[in-house]
Design a protein around this ligand. Structure first.
Ligand SMILES: NC(=O)c1ccc[n+]([C@@H]2O[C@H](COP(=O)([O-])OP(=O)(O)OC[C@H]3O[C@@H](n4cnc5c(N)ncnc54)[C@H](O)[C@@H]3O)[C@@H](O)[C@H]2O)c1
Length: 327
C-alpha cells in the first residue's frame, strides 16, 4: 500500500536519490526487463516534446508507462551545453512518479543521478548484444558525468583492462583517468588526441555535447573491425562516412530517432538494423561475427527513467530517505 496516497508525496533530493544505493547491476536488470516489454509492445511512450530556450539546449518532457513494472511518470529534464562554463551541470531536472492505478503523484525526485546511471546502463545493454564479449580496451571521449556512468556500466559486463580518455579540457581527462583507475582497477591513460581514444579500442563511447550540426571528428577507419561504439552524444562526433562503415547500426527507439531527424538532427545515418527491444527479444540478431563494426545510438528514453524511478522510491521508503510533502 502506498503511504498517504493522495495526501502526501515523497520528495527525494539529488543526494537522497544517490544515497538510495541502487547498484548499476540492478539498473541494467531493470532496463533489460523494460526493453523486453518494449520489444513485446507492452509499454507506452510518446516521443519527447520540449522547449528550446538557448542554442543547442533543450528542456524535454518525457512521459512513460510500463505496466509490468507497475511504473508510470514523467521526467522534465534540461540539457544546456553552456552550463559547464558557469560551473553548472549539463543535465538537470525532476521526475514525477505516479501511482499507475489512480494517477496520483507519489514521488517527486531529482533526475540527474537517474539520467546518468540509466544512460550508462543502456550503453551496457547495447554492448552486451553488440560488442565482443572479450572486449578489454575502451575509449571514452568526453570525460564528464556520462563518461563516468558509461564506464561503470560497461565494467559490470566486460573484462575491461585499459582505458583511453580524451576530453577537450586535458585537465578533465587527467582527473577522470586518475579517478577511474582508482575506482575500477583499470589502467587509464589520458590522451591528447581524440584519434588515440578510438583506434585499437574494442569499445568506444562518445559523450561530448550534442550538436545539430556534427563536428564530425571521427574519421573512417578509426573505429577498427570488431569494435563497438556507443554514441551518447548522438552523431555529433562522427563523420558520416565513419558511421556508414557500421555493419550494424542500432538505436533505442526508431520513432524517436525519426522525430529528432525531423528536428534537424541525424541528417546522414546508415540504415537502422534494430532497436534495443528487438535485440533483447531476439527478434533481430546482435553481433554475428568477431569482425563486425557495430554502433548503437541510444537517444535516452523516458522508459529508462520510469523503469528505474520505482526502484528508487521503494528503496527510499525502506531506508526512510526523503521528505514527505503535502499534495
Ligand atoms: N543519449 C542519452 O541518453 C543521453 C543522456 C544524458 C546525456 N546525454 C548527453 O551526453 C553528453 C554528455 O553529458 P554529461 O552529463 O556527461 O556532460 P558533462 O558536462 O558532465 O561532460 C561533458 C564533457 O565533455 C567534454 N567535451 C566537450 N566537448 C568535447 C569534445 N569535442 N570532445 C571530448 N570532450 C568534450 C567537456 O569538457 C566535459 O568534460 C551531452 O551531450 C548530453 O546531452 C545523452
Amino acid at each position: 500500500m502506498i503511504p498517504h496516497l493522495g495526501q502526501k508525496l515523497l520528495y527525494l533530493s539529488r543526494s537522497d536519490v544517490a544515497s538510495c544505493g541502487l547498484t548499476m547491476t540492478e539498473i541494467i536488470a531493470a532496463l533489460e526487463s523494460m526493453f523486453r516489454e518494449k520489444g513485446e509492445g507492452r509499454v507506452e511512450m510518446p516521443p519527447k516534446i520540449g522547449v528550446h530556450t538557448m542554442p543547442d539546449a533543450f528542456i524535454h518532457a518525457m512521459p512513460a508507462a510500463i505496466p509490468a513494472q507497475n511504473a508510470a511518470g514523467v521526467k522534465w529534464v534540461g540539457g544546456y551545453p553552456a552550463n559547464s562554463r558557469r560551473g553548472l551541470p549539463y543535465i538537470t531536472g525532476l521526475l514525477i512518479l505516479n501511482d499507475p492505478e489512480t494517477g496520483i503523484p507519489i514521488s517527486l525526485m531529482d533526475c540527474t543521478w537517474i539520467t546518468a546511471q540509466r544512460t550508462g546502463a543502456a550503453t551496457a545493454i547495447a554492448a552486451k548484444y553488440l560488442a565482443r564479449p572479450d572486449s578489454a580496451t575502451v575509449g571514452i571521449l568526453g570525460c564528464g558525468v556520462q563518461g563516468r556512468s558509461n564506464l561503470e556500466a560497461l565494467k559490470t559486463i566486460f573484462p575491461l583492462k585499459k582505458l583511453f580518455a580524451y576530453d577537450t579540457h586535458p585537465d578533465r581527462a587527467a582527473r577522470y583517468a586518475q579517478e577511474m583507475s582508482e575506482q575500477f582497477a583499470i589502467e587509464a591513460v589520458p590522451v591528447p588526441d581524440p584519434k588515440q581514444a578510438v583506434v585499437n579500442c574494442d569499445i568506444v563511447v562518445t559523450a561530448g555535447p550534442i550538436l545539430r550540426q556534427p563536428h564530425a571528428t571521427i574519421q573512417p577507419r578509426w573505429l577498427v573491425q570488431g569494435a563497438f561504439a556507443s554514441l551518447v552524444d548522438f552523431d555529433s562526433y562522427w563523420h558520416p562516412a565513419a558511421l556508414h562503415e557500421a555493419d550494424k547500426f542500432t538505436t533505442d527507439d526508431v520513432p524517436q530517432l525519426y522525430h529528432y531527424r525531423d528536428l534537424g538532427y541525424f541528417q546522414n545515418l546508415p540504415p537502422i538494423h534494430a532497436d534495443l527491444g528487438e535485440l533483447v527479444t531476439a527478434r533481430k540478431p546482435g553481433r554475428q561475427s568477431p569482425t563486425e563494426r557495430t554502433i548503437a545510438c541510444n537517444l535516452g528514453l523516458a522508459l529508462e527513467d520510469i523503469a528505474v524511478a520505482p526502484l528508487i522510491y521503494a528503496r527510499a521508503q525502506t531506508r526512510h530517505i526523503g521528505t514527505c510533502l503535502n499534495l
